[in-house]
Design a binder for this molecule. Sequence first.
Ligand SMILES: [Zn+2]
Length: 69
Amino acid sequence: MAIRRGGRRYCPHCQEVVETRVLPEGYKQIDYRGVLVKRRKIVCGTDRDGTGGCGHMWFTIEVPDVAVG
Ligand SMILES: [Zn+2]
């Protein structure tokens, strides 16, 4: 699986919105307050190898709004 575009996201290391990539090995569905949500592993990078940014990696979790608050 290829590293695909992650779009512009906030990088916790750069502390600003940067171009990112999604690392396929990090994808997982996890339980968040009883709801299955998507977890993605993100790298701060601009090119197909996930380089070109600071290289910091973190996870994002996509949560439906009803599961928050
Ligand atoms: Zn960064």
